[in-house]
Design a protein around this ligand. Structure first.
Ligand code: XBP
Ligand code: MG
Length: 247
């Protein structure tokens, strides 16, 4: 294995629950809108990747949304405001890395395994988060970084993963991905990359068929090592498979 490719939102940190969702609600308030997204509603909206796309999807189902011709401008304004609020939150240390993430990144660096990022979040959001978690020179730790602006189609489309492979000059079987959501898993698998799952809070009960392994996080039940990535080294969560029937 030559590279470990990280998803960002939900995988590196619980950014959806602790960052994007409250920032969306603060942006609604800042623009004088009565809309507030509950955690349950947001969990359902997460199948739409990309903040602007998510806003437009939500507006399409709202009786109090502006006329269709005005929605793109409103979504752009809200998204800009949300990302600024998100960056402020991150900068004041409100969002920590998930267990084991920084440890496994360090292990990769020591072992000469390249690190990469494949995310649908905006580049500014990735900048804010990694500058806080890894320091201002964070970009030098990663051999390739692809964000929402880099791929014409967002996850579950595999484009962002294909782009990262291209930038790393690797074949799919030379890389391994870590994701937290079914759409992320579909994107990695669509690019032919093996993928392990550390389910984030919104996807604790989701179906992750096709994943190399599924676990609560990189430290539970035991630290996930570089060697363990391809061995499974994990305990499956979610419904257990039905026992094989005997004739
Ligand atoms: C998760 C997403 C993102 C974030 C917000 O992507 O769907 O859209 O919700 O990002 P990933 P923006 O897990 O692949 O990082 O608001 O900047 O679009
Ligand atoms: Mg994610």
């Amino acid at each position: 294995m030559r590279a470990l490719i990280w998803d960002v939102d939900g995988t590196v940190a619980e950014t959806e629950a602790e960052g994007h969702l409250p920032a969306f609600n603060e942006a609604f308030a800042a623009l004088g809108l009565p809309w507030r997204w509950s955690a349950g509603h947001y969990g359902r909206l997460l199948h739409v990747t990309g903040g602007r796309e998510r806003l437009l999807h939500d507006m399409a189902a709202r009786a109090d949304a502006p006329p269709p011709a005005e929605r793109a401008a409103l979504a752009a304004e809200l998204h800009k405001r949300k990302n600024a609020l998100y960056a402020e939150r991150v900068a004041r240390g409100a969002i920590a890395a998930r267990p084991g993430v920084l440890r496994l990144m360090d292990e990769c660096t020591r072992a000469g395994v390249m690190l990469a990022i494949a995310t649908t979040t905006s580049a500014n959001n990735a900048e804010a988060l990694f500058a806080r978690l890894l320091g201002p020179a964070w970009r030098g730790r990663f051999a390739a970084v692809a964000c929402g602006e880099d791929a014409a189609a967002k996850k579950p489309d595999p484009l962002v993963y294909r782009l990262v492979l291209q930038r790393l000059d690797l074949m799919p079987d030379e890389a391994f991905a870590i994701e937290d959501s079914p759409v992320g898993l579909a994107a990695a698998r669509g690019a032919g990359i093996e993928c392990g799952i550390t389910a984030s809070v919104f996807f604790a009960d989701a179906c992750f068929d096709g994943a190399a392994w599924v676990r609560a996080d990189l430290e539970t039940p035991a630290p996930m090592t570089l060697h363990g990535l391809r061995q499974g080294g994990s305990v499956k969560i979610g419904p257990s498979p039905a026992p094989a029937s005997r004739p």
